[in-house]
Write a protein that binds this ligand. Structure first.
Ligand SMILES: [Zn+2]
Length: 413
């Protein structure tokens, strides 16, 4: 979409700098043609620019969620119910979830699995300007073994390296910009034990090879220890969940520079919402089994220096579109410093998704995706998850949401 936005000059805010992990006060940010044209004090306003006084405000890059299912609401029993719903209805709902996600300050996501390639279609609709939403790197369907986690709703079944290869190629043909492989069982599929590995290392390697040949980043759903190791050895870019990490797995992740996307939010809501919220009993029971070990694994990975990026697994029960920033709060609560948690949801997330040349930092030349905040997120990381603290959500140089946007809409013409 052509960007004919007038330039936007954000004056005098404190701007988050990824390298020093701190805010630099009194900086102007000039957005022009959808990109960041200048980041310095005393930037000159080009003709026709809209100027915005950001004194007393904090500017951070737009947030990036590396693991969502944006076409899902996060209803307790959605997995079963959604299947009966006509596809157009699901598409309209998905458009609304994309809008909510962007309004909450999430300007880019990686979608790791949706039926009917709905995530790929949604990504295209956002890109063409038809639907308002974050930038979406969509995986299409995940690829899983016969009867493996995700089968029948967000994954295509495949057995043996050649079939995995074909499964990945099918997603690429459909327009996938990321690839998802299932290396172990999980919580949300009935009858599948999260402790059981699924694809063999050879199967995983075939999938990774196909994805990397096409310059796509590969995520492995991996909860079981052996599944995690198969995935790392096969060369995936990120381990999603990483529930049962042992020392060897952590050592391999450090060595191979594999990211961990812990998705602490997913089991949290399944367990704490529980049966009372209408979540199926088998899921609640499995969430109970993973909860404590999951947090222990995450802490051990942090201690060893494993690279992390933020992902919510939004779309799992009670894990709603627009509530994504809760994961940043949880990552900080369980051991990451607030500045590092912010990096995990911005610069580091962009690095994992190979978007470092596109977004994730407030830096000249990158897309003008940023948030203007009313509270310092390093002082109060939980403020990121309170919409009233977001003064503006800027995507490609345009204010698309936030309190400031509301004020403007209410102004008399
Ligand atoms: Zn997921």
């Amino acid at each position: 979409m052509a960007n004919d936005q007038p330039p936007l000059l954000l004056r005098g805010g404190a701007v988050f700098d990824a390298e020093s992990r701190a805010f630099r006060p009194g900086v102007d940010v000039l957005c022009s043609g959808g990109r960041i044209a200048a980041v310095r004090a005393g930037a000159a306003a080009p003709g026709g620019a809209t100027e915005w006084d950001c004194t007393g405000r904090w500017l951070i890059p737009g947030l990036i969620d590396c693991h969502v299912h944006i076409t899902s609401a996060g209803d307790p029993n959605e997995m079963t119910n959604a299947r009966g719903e006509p596809l157009p209805v699901r598409a309209w709902k998905a458009a609304e979830y994309a809008r909510r996600t962007l309004q909450a300050g999430i300007t880019a996501v990686r979608d790791l699995g949706a039926a009917e390639h709905l995530n790929i279609q949604l990504a295209g609709a956002v890109e063409s300007g038809l639907v308002e939403g974050p930038r979406i790197l969509a995986a299409g369907l995940g690829v899983t073994m016969t009867g493996g986690h995700g089968h029948g709703f967000i994954a295509r079944e495949a057995d043996g390296p050649d079939e995995v290869r074909k499964g990945v190629r099918e997603q690429l043909r459909a327009g996938a910009k990321a690839i998802k492989l299932f290396a172990s069982g999980g919580v949300m599929t009935p009858g599948v034990d999260p402790r059981s590995p699924s694809f063999t290392e050879d199967e995983m390697r075939a999938g990774v090879e196909e994805a990397h040949k096409a310059f796509r980043v590969v995520a492995a759903h991996a909860q079981a220890t052996e599944g995690i190791k198969n995935a790392i050895r096969a060369g995936v870019d990120s381990i999603e969940h990483g529930v049962w990490l042992d020392d060897e797995a952590i050592g391999l992740m450090c060595e191979r520079r594999t990211y961990l996307v812990p998705t602490l939010t997913a089991p949290h809501h399944i367990y704490h919402g529980g049966l009372a919220a209408g979540i199926p009993p088998f899921m609640v029971e499995k969430a109970r089994q993973v909860l404590e070990d999951h947090i222990a694994s995450y802490r051990a990975a942090l201690k060893a220096g494993v690279r992390v990026a933020m992902g919510t697994d939004q779309g799992t029960p009670l894990n709603r579109p627009g509530d994504n920033a809760q994961e940043i709060v949880r990552m900080a609560e369980h051991g990451l410093s607030p500045a590092a948690a912010l990096l995990a949801a911005t610069a580091w997330a962009a690095d994992l998704l190979r978007l470092q040349g596109e977004c994730g930092r407030i830096q000249e030349g990158l897309a003008a995706d940023l948030l203007v905040l009313r509270a310092d997120p390093i002082e109060d990381v939980a403020s990121l998850n309170r919409p009233e603290n977001i003064d503006a959500v800027v995507k490609a140089g345009r204010i698309v949401a936030g309190q400031a946007a509301k004020r403007r809409t209410n102004e008399p013409a």
